[in-house]
Design a protein around this ligand. Structure first.
Ligand SMILES: Cc1cc2nc3c(=O)[nH]c(=O)nc-3n(C[C@H](O)[C@H](O)[C@H](O)COP(=O)(O)OP(=O)(O)OC[C@H]3O[C@@H](n4cnc5c(N)ncnc54)[C@H](O)[C@@H]3O)c2cc1C
Length: 266
């Protein structure tokens, strides 16, 4: 049975350049301009899983990303890795979205795409790391969802058994298709783009859509559609006071306890 799989990918700043990210206190935003970017690492795992499933069952892998024009780089890389086609949601109206507005935009886009069997997301991103977009998107599309997924096994018919990595073990869950799964890195080892893949990707179409293309309800997307607002943004200051305590180990412990009690006024 051929499967239509959608993979949601987000372009994020390269972790080696996180130190260069600056804060814009006037707009209460993070300034990412000029910082090298990558596909969010767990989204590469989501893409790898989609490609593996396509290899087994046949079908089509569509990549969707919402982001600024430079997010095209992430999409081109996903096409070179093996996705069949791609959509970039790119328009000023999408800017300033919180997680709910992001999920709404992706949901409208997926509704516009039409038929799908499986949506794969990363469990979380490395820049905002809320882990909310996947579950919110599934809710909006009214489909099943599982997160922390580290294994997917197809059953006969239209269901899957997924293994969820919990803090102290695993949970196996049966999930009915269509479904959205948020994956963790243990699920697979993502492949790299090949030279042939890069050449082939040039022939693949990237559709760039705005709010009108996905028939988005204006007050559900972008900053206007975001029920949360950043009210303050600051760099954490690390202040450390050092005190050297002298004496034998027993004396030092006694002094340390007394000093802590004094400082905490207990
Ligand atoms: C209160 C608040 C205000 C914000 N304001 C701004 C702002 O002004 N400007 C700004 O740039 N950002 C802003 N953000 C960040 C923005 O909301 C997030 O970048 C976005 O919603 C995704 O959230 P996340 O990174 O936590 O995704 P997670 O929920 O951690 O991501 C899980 C998965 O969802 C998918 N996904 C997430 N985002 C996308 C995407 N864009 N396209 C495709 N797939 C995606 C990926 O598969 C990802 O692995 C704000 C966030 C909050 C909480």
């Amino acid at each position: 049975m051929p499967l239509n799989i959608i993979v949601c990918i987000k372009q994020v700043p390269h972790p080696e350049h996180f130190a260069k990210i600056s804060l814009d206190p006037a707009r209460q935003t993070i300034t990412r301009e000029g910082i090298p970017t990558i596909i969010n690492p767990l989204d590469r795992n989501a893409l790898e899983e989609a490609l593996t499933i396509r290899e087994e069952f046949s079908g089509k892998v569509t990549v969707i990303s919402m982001g600024p024009p430079q997010a095209r780089d992430a999409i081109e890389e996903a096409l070179a890795i093996g996705a069949d086609n791609a959509i970039l949601l790119c328009e000023q109206t999408f800017a300033g979205a919180d997680t709910l507005a992001t999920a709404y935009s992706l949901a409208y886009c997926i509704q516009k795409v039409g038929q799908f069997d499986l949506i794969l997301c990363g469990n979380e991103t490395i820049d905002s790391a809320t882990g909310q977009v996947g579950p919110q998107l599934a809710e909006l599309l009214n489909i099943s969802h599982a997160n922390y997924v580290n294994q997917i096994v197809f059953e006969q018919g239209k269901s899957l058994i997924v293994k969820r990595a919990l803090e102290h073990g695993y949970m196996k869950v049966r999930v009915k298709l269509p479904a959205l799964l948020s994956v963790v890195k243990e699920i697979n080892q993502p492949r790299l783009p090949t030279v042939w893949g890069i050449i082939e990707a040039r022939e693949k179409e990237i559709q760039v859509w705005g709010a009108a293309d996905i028939e988005a309800v204006p007050d559900t997307i972008g900053l206007v559609g975001s029920p949360t607002r950043v009210t303050g943004i600051f760099k954490r200051e690390m202040k450390r006071k050092n005190e050297i305590l002298e004496g034998s180990p027993t004396e030092i412990v006694k002094k340390a306890v007394a000093r802590l009690q004094e400082l905490l006024a207990i």
